[in-house]
Each structure stands twice: as C-alpha cells, then as structure tokens.
Design a protein around this ligand. Structure first.
Ligand code: FAD
Length: 482
C-alpha cells in the first residue's frame, strides 16, 4: 500500500472533464484495499463549469446557449443521466411537430420523411419532394448502381456524397444537415472521422440506399419487438442541469474554478506540476480536456511535435441567438422543429430551431422561443458584430424566411469562438500521431471534443475512457512507486 494516494489533475471543467471526474470519484469511493487510493482536482479556467453547455433561465424561458440536446443512439449520455438519477428528467422531441424544413430559392421546403442524415430510406416522400429537380432525383436514385470506391483511404464528405448521390442532393439536403453538426465545410470534413458508418454502408452493401433499406427492414422488426427509439433527448430543466448534478456528485474531488492552467512542468515524483494563475498542483497523472489548441499550448513544452499535431486541429466559431415572442403576436404557426439553410443560398443564417415546438417546457404557455445559428467555418467574421447587430441580423433573416416582423420580448446572444473542432480529411492519421507522441508522456491523457467525437455522448465516453486509462496506468505504475 502506498503511503499517499495518487493525485490526478483534470484540466477543463466541460462535460468531458466532469465525466472523467465523476468516473474517478466512483473509482476512489471503492474500498482502497481493493480499488486505487487516489485524490483528484478538477481545474477550470472560467468561473463556471460546463464549458460549451450553458443553460440560462429567464422569466419562464429555458435557453440553451450551446448544445440543446444529444443523440440517444450513442448510449453514454443517457447512461450517465441514469447513473446520476436524472432518468425522469430526460425528454424526447415533441412528436406532433416532427417536421424539418430547408430554406431554398426563396421559400421553406419540407424535408421528405424517412431521411437518414439526408439520405432517403423511403421512396414515396422522396419522389414528391420539392427540394430536388427530377434530374436531381434520378441522379440520386442512380446511387443504386454507382460502384463503391475501391480506395480505402479518407476523402471529404463532399466528395463522398457527391460521388454517391449527385451534386443537387448534396447541396440542397445532405450538406446543410450533416455539416450543420460541425458548422463545417463538406469539402474539408473527413468521411472516416465524422460519418464512418456511411463508408461502411458503401463497402458492405455497395450502395447507401440499399444499406438504409436493409436497416429499415431490420428496425421494423425491432419496432415490432417493442423497442422505442428517440433520436435526440435533452433534460426537462435544460442541459445545465446535468452539469449541476455532476458538480454536486463530485464530493471528495477538489473543484477549482477561475483557475487557468498556464503550464505543465515535469517533476520526478509526483511526475507533473500543474501551474495555474493562482498556485501549482503536484500531479501523478493529468487529464487534459481543454480544446486541442489549449492542450497544444500546455503540452508543447513537454513535446513540441505533440503540440504541433494538436495545433493542426482546426476549430470553427459560431453564434446562437435565442429570441422569445408572444404567441399571439406571431403569424407563423412554427409547426416543425425548424429549418436549415444550405451554403449555396449564401445567407447569414445557417439554421433556426423552433425551440418551444421541438421541446416542451422551453417557453411560458403564451410565448414561443426560436434559436438562430450564424457563423461556421469560413464565416466567423459575423462574431465581430455587436450583440445588437447580431439580433437585427437574425430578425432580418426571420422576417424574410418566416414573415416574423414583431419585436422579440427577449433576445439573448451567445458567442462561441473557436468552439467546434473540424475533423478534416486526415484527422484519423493526426489522431494516431497524437496517440503515438502521447505514449512518450506517461501519466498524461487527452480527452474531449477535439478527438473522437464532438457530440455530448462522445465527450462523456471520452472522459470516462480517460479516467479508466488513468486507473489502469496506476495499476501498472504501482510497482515503480512502492
Ligand atoms: P468544453 O466544453 O470546451 O470544455 C473545456 C473546458 O476547458 C472549458 O470549460 C474551458 O474553459 C476549459 N479550459 C480551456 N483551457 C483551460 C486551461 N488552460 N485551464 C483551465 N481550464 C481550461 N453537441 C451535442 O451533442 N448536441 C448539440 O446540440 C450540440 N450543439 C452545440 C452547439 C454549439 C453552439 C456548440 C459550440 C457546440 C455544440 N455541441 C453539441 C458540441 C458539444 O457541446 C461540445 O463538443 C462539448 O460540450 C465539448 O465538451 P468538452 O468538455 O470536450 O469541451
């Protein structure tokens, strides 16, 4: 038995850092004679925990500044909520408004039903859609006969989907839906790092359409077996509730907010010295969960090549603007989840969520809440505008697209500079290089949105995995320390 417990420092108090801390808290709570004796500090540079997750409450409105929901299909988000006793707070999207639109050529077009990430799993609605011309529909249907790419290497989302589905389907449907997730550029994002399942479909079935039709038959069987699926879920109180619940479940972990890590120094035993603006903290292991560019700053002095690889991960900036209106004042019925705006339209607005239609409990009974998205890769100049200018810009777009003239009763602007990592072509090779360099720094672990998935469930999974790696590392490291 060691004379003192191991000390782990987690840098960054976003969802990744919090999930890592919670996992270590559970490990530490085990009987030290069977588990690992460890203590942990979580160090967050800003005054609040949650990172990109930020929920505000104003006069009965629940406003998400960053993420609004997460994918149910990836289990780690729901599992964490369940472990924290939040299962009853989980809600799905409102089924009665299940419609999404695309702004194209001066009007909103309903997305055909049965699309899986923009690809039709049902033929009828796709044939009737006004989003594609007949030549565009024929080209998409020809996907059944387009041979698979024999080269196994990476390619951009744009190249992949244009090759399979044709330009029009990509420009009008696939691009705004898929790249909206990354606020990215389809011609730079990597198919292997973002949506490897489509490449796998191509390889296994020779066609995305065939693969989706096959999957639909399988899921019909599952539906018949009583399996219920909700694509996106959130918490009734807003995602900030997950952050607060995690925070209150970190008993025994020292949570330090307003402490920005400036440097990680190397020591003998313990191995590292985490230097913050306030003090230094000795650490046997460090989990860095900051954005990759911040991690680059911290790790370059320890391994310049690692820093270089990390700095190569590009981030996009964006803005979200939430607007609240009185229901009576509004001429639009907001019957849907919202709409996306394809890049080919060259508008400032990239998407709008009709928040109070999509989720219950987001606005008071007599009001509605909408959220507008601006910016994205290559369009970050919009972040230079003042809040008032941004609100006016959003209102101009809503006037044109939804006919909303009324002044909002509530307007909130959230700026997200360098917030969304872009998994560009070659991302997996970069990741392999990062992993290889990291192996030279025993006790240093990297996790977060910059690496293996940007969504909340991915970040939770990555944080948990890093914490488990730390426990395994101590297990292995034990003989050298006793
Ligand atoms: P972060 O949340 O960035 O946390 C990192 C933390 O590290 C920050 O708190 C930062 O202050 C801190 N930090 C940085 N440097 C230092 C330092 N030197 N010392 C101490 N602390 C430091 N995902 C979904 O699943 N669904 C969505 O609907 C969705 N929508 C989104 C909308 C927007 C506008 C944005 C920006 C993102 C969205 N995402 C969504 C993505 C998701 O929110 C993020 O990928 C995820 O929250 C990132 O978590 P993280 O912990 O890895 O990083």
């Amino acid at each position: 038995m060691r004379a003192r417990p191991y000390h782990v420092v987690i840098i960054g108090g976003g969802i990744t850092g919090l999930a890592a801390a919670y996992t270590l808290h559970e490990a530490a709570a085990k009987n030290p004679s069977t588990g690992i004796a460890l203590t942990c500090s979580l160090v967050e540079g800003s005054e609040r925990l949650g990172g990109k997750i930020l929920t505000d409450h104003f006069d009965g409105f629940v406003i998400e500044g960053g993420p609004e929901s997460f994918l149910a299909q990836k289990p780690w988000g729901i599992e964490l909520c369940e472990r924290l006793g939040l299962a009853n707070s989980l809600i799905g999207t409102n089924p009665e408004h299940r419609k999404t639109f695309v702004w194209l050529r001066g009007r909103l077009h309903k997305l055909p039903e049965g699309l899986v990430m923009g690809i039709p799993a049902k033929l009828g609605p796709f044939l009737r859609t006004t989003l594609l011309s007949w030549p565009g529909k024929l080209r998409l249907a020809a996907e059944l006969f387009i041979p698979s790419n024999p080269r196994p290497g990476d390619e951009s989302l744009g190249t992949f989907f244009r090759r399979r589905l044709g330009r029009e389907a990509v420009d009008h449907i696939v691009e705004p839906l898929l790249t909206g997730i990354y606020t990215g550029d389809a011609d730079r994002l990597s198919i292997l790092a973002t949506f490897p399942r489509f490449r796998k479909m191509e390889q296994e079935h020779g066609s995305l359409l065939k693969a989706l039709w096959h999957a639909k038959r399988q899921s019909r069987k599952a539906d018949n077996a009583g399996v219920i699926s909700t694509p996106f879920v959130t918490l009734r109180e807003g995602l900030g509730h997950l952050v607060h619940t995690l925070e209150s479940n970190l008993k025994g972990i020292t949570v330090l907010t307003g402490m920005y890590v400036r440097e990680i120094g190397r020591q003998d035993e313990p191995r590292y010295d985490v230097v913050t603006n306030a003090r230094s903290i000795a650490a046997d292991a460090v989990i860095v969960t900051t954005p990759a560019y911040d991690a680059a700053g911290l790790l370059t002095p320890l391994d310049p090549l690692l820093g270089e690889h990390l700095r190569g991960i590009v981030y996009a900036g964006s803005v979200t603007i939430s607007l609240g209106f009185r229901k009576l004042d509004l001429r639009h019925d907001l019957d849907g989840y919202g709409f996306v705006v394809p890049r080919v339209e060259h508008r400032e607005l990239t998407a709008s969520t009709w928040t109070s239609s999509k989720w219950d409990h987001r606005a008071p009974q007599d009001s509605v809440l909408l959220r507008c998205y601006l910016g994205g890769i290559g369009r970050e100049r919009v972040l230079e505008r003042t809040d008032q200018e941004l609100i006016e810009l959003a209102r101009d777009e809503l006037r044109l697209m939804l006919g909303i003239d009324q002044a909002p009763m509530l307007a909130r602007v959230y700026r997200w500079p360098r917030a969304m990592p872009q998994y560009q072509v070659g991302h997996l090779d970069r990741l392999a290089a990062i992993t290889e360099r990291l192996a030279r720094l025993p006790g240093v672990f990297l996790a977060g949105a910059g690496y293996r998935g940007v969504g909340i469930p991915d970040c939770i999974h990555d944080g948990i995995a890093a914490a488990e790696d730390v426990c395994r590392y101590f297990d292995k490291a034990l003989p050298t320390f006793v």
